[in-house]
Write a protein that binds this ligand. Structure first.
Ligand SMILES: Cc1cc2nc3c(=O)[nH]c(=O)nc-3n(C[C@H](O)[C@H](O)[C@H](O)COP(=O)(O)OP(=O)(O)OC[C@H]3O[C@@H](n4cnc5c(N)ncnc54)[C@H](O)[C@@H]3O)c2cc1C
Length: 240
């Protein structure tokens, strides 16, 4: 368990908030902790153990014992999201971690990365670690145009932002259509897919069954599910 304290709070876009957190224990994190995950612990008093929420390490500076974590702002019903919005410089929290990052196969011929704001931190880390001549596509779902932002990627990686407007509320449908109309490139594709449960489920099926993506070239993870808190989602994601 590590104690951290909030040092800085920056709004990246209206629905993405970056917190810089400091804690001596971060010095013990492994060198490749960037892109890995941590568990934030919340003592709500409603359960005997603290409630946990999972977040990605966007940056870490082990020498200065700081890390940056990006929080999706999604109303006030989420423990972690609400905490991120209301915390102040000096607010404290306990965390556990880190869990390993899921890097892409560096030998693939091309790449397909798909996600939403919750997996954007991990996608950004992956893009920063790709070789400069890498080619492929990235699709990121956002609820609002105002969340579209500049991200670093190799020149040959094309980034498409998919805005969920009132007509196209179905995340899975929107992503499936966008992926399907892109020309499928030559050679072995490495896939990285994470975000809302239904979107991940639908696209995973398409990539595995129709596109025959090999298991060793694919990472699929449900990060959250509409209408479920993280503990309930955790049970359901076993079925993915
Ligand atoms: C490995 C991993 C890494 C992750 N990294 C990040 C990260 O870096 N940043 C990040 O923001 N999230 C990340 N997530 C997702 C995050 O853990 C979940 O979104 C979590 O449910 C947020 O907790 P909460 O307390 O805010 O909401 P909860 O109390 O869990 O849920 C309350 C309500 O909010 C809804 N909800 C939850 N998340 C979202 C969302 N993103 N958008 C809209 N509605 C939502 C739920 O469906 C539920 O109805 C990660 C998940 C995993 C598994």
């Amino acid at each position: 368990m590590i104690n951290i304290v909030v040092e800085q709070k920056v709004e990246i876009t209206p629905h993405l908030l970056r917190l810089t957190m400091a804690g001596k224990g971060l010095a013990e994190f492994p060198a490749d902790a960037k892109g890995g995950y941590i568990k934030l612990l919340f003592n709500t008093g409603k359960t005997s153990k603290p409630e946990m929420r999972t977040y990605t390490i966007r940056y870490i500076d082990r020498q200065n014992c700081t890390m940056e974590v990006d929080f999706v702002v999604h109303g006030d019903e989420g423990l972690a999201s609400s905490w991120a919005q209301s915390c102040e410089i000096g607010s404290e929290l306990e965390i556990r971690g880190p869990g390993p990052s899921k890097p892409l196969n560096q030998q693939a011929d091309w790449y397909l990365l798909v996600g939403d704001l919750s997996s954007l931190p991990a996608i950004s880390v992956n893009l920063e670690q790709l070789r400069q001549d890498a080619i492929g596509y990235v699709f990121i779902l956002v609820d609002d145009e105002s969340d579209i932002q500049a991200i670093d990627a190799p020149k040959g990686i094309k980034i498409d932002w998919l805005v969920i407007n009132k007509k196209t509320k179905n995340r899975a449908e929107l992503v499936m259509q966008a992926v399907a109309i892109k020309a499928w490139l030559e050679g072995e594709c490495a896939v990285w897919l994470a975000g809302e449960f239904e979107m991940v489920k639908a696209l995973k099926k398409y990539l595995r069954d129709d596109r025959q993506i090999k298991k060793q070239n694919a990472y699929y993870s449900s990060y959250w599910k509409q209408g479920l808190t993280e503990p309930d989602h955790k049970k359901e994601k076993q079925s993915l």
